[in-house]
Design a protein around this ligand. Structure first.
Ligand code: ADP
Ligand code: MG
Length: 231
């Protein structure tokens, strides 16, 4: 589905991603863990074309998409749930979902998104800036689904959410995975990350410093304390 080969990404002279190689297979959830400032968001931006890599290759569904513009990647089946949600504040819930509707059609319709997130249905006519943080997160996920993606990029979807809502995001991730969606997830909540991930990569200063299955990381106290600050 997605392959990165030796991806190097810069902001000006600042060399942030320093040779990232990873893959996400069909229906696979791959999780990126790491402390703040390590390059997780830059990795997402490199994949979806906001900050294209200066070196290396990004392949998606068999195409070399390294320098494709974002709109073309979305048309091909990639969607991003950005860090900090970034829903359209002055549009209603329904309008936020409608603008993302994509000509390709597919499994995700307004009705199905509202079925997945009943709370959004109740608030369909509310402006997005009147929603709680958790509701905005659901809306950001729903908006991405409206494009009917094959690959979903999610950048810290549980950031700032109360424990109950973290569980809700976990439930949704599990459902999307069962639907067969491929997901590249950036997450700081270790237990959520481990509960949904098929594979985990730890990012430190723009490099992958450890890759393993979720079970191995759960018991690897040294890696957790060195790279994630988990006691
Ligand atoms: N737009 C930008 N211009 C310059 N430097 C940036 C920009 N965005 C992020 N950085 C820097 O790149 C590094 C990685 O940032 P980021 O990818 O946002 O990390 P993370 O998502 O892991 O917290 C940090 O040192 C950050 O200061
Ligand atoms: Mg980030």
């Amino acid at each position: 589905m997605l392959e990165l080969a030796d991806v190097h990404t810069y902001y000006g002279e600042s060399h942030v991603l320093q040779g990232i190689t990873l893959g996400v297979g069909p229906s696979e959830v791959v999780t990126i863990l790491g402390r703040n400032g390590m390059g997780k968001t830059t990795l997402m931006r490199s994949v979806i074309g906001f900050t294209p890599p200066r070196r290396g290759r990004v392949s998606f569904k068999g195409d070399d998409v390294t320098r494709w513009p974002s709109f073309r990647l979305v048309a091909r089946g990639m969607a991003l749930v950005p860090q900090g949600r970034r829903v359209f504040p002055s549009l209603t819930v329904k309008e936020n979902l409608d603008v993302a509707r994509h000509g390709r059609g597919g499994r995700w319709t307004l009705a199905r998104v509202l079925e997945l997130f009943p709370r959004l249905g109740e608030r369909a006519r509310n402006r997005a800036n009147n929603l709680s943080g958790g509701e905005q997160q659901m809306l950001a996920i729903g908006r991405a689904l409206m494009t009917n993606p094959d690959l979903l990029l999610m950048d810290e979807p549980t950031e700032g959410l109360a424990p109950l809502l973290v569980r809700e995001v976990g439930r949704v991730l599990g459902e999307l995975k069962r639907e067969g969606l491929s997901i590249l997830l950036v997450e700081q909540n270790l237990s959520l990350a481990l509960s949904v991930a098929d594979r985990v990569h730890i990012l430190s200063r723009g490099q992958i410093v450890h890759s393993c299955g979720p079970g191995e990381l759960r018991s690897n106290e040294e890696v957790k304390s060195r790279y994630l600050g988990v006691a």
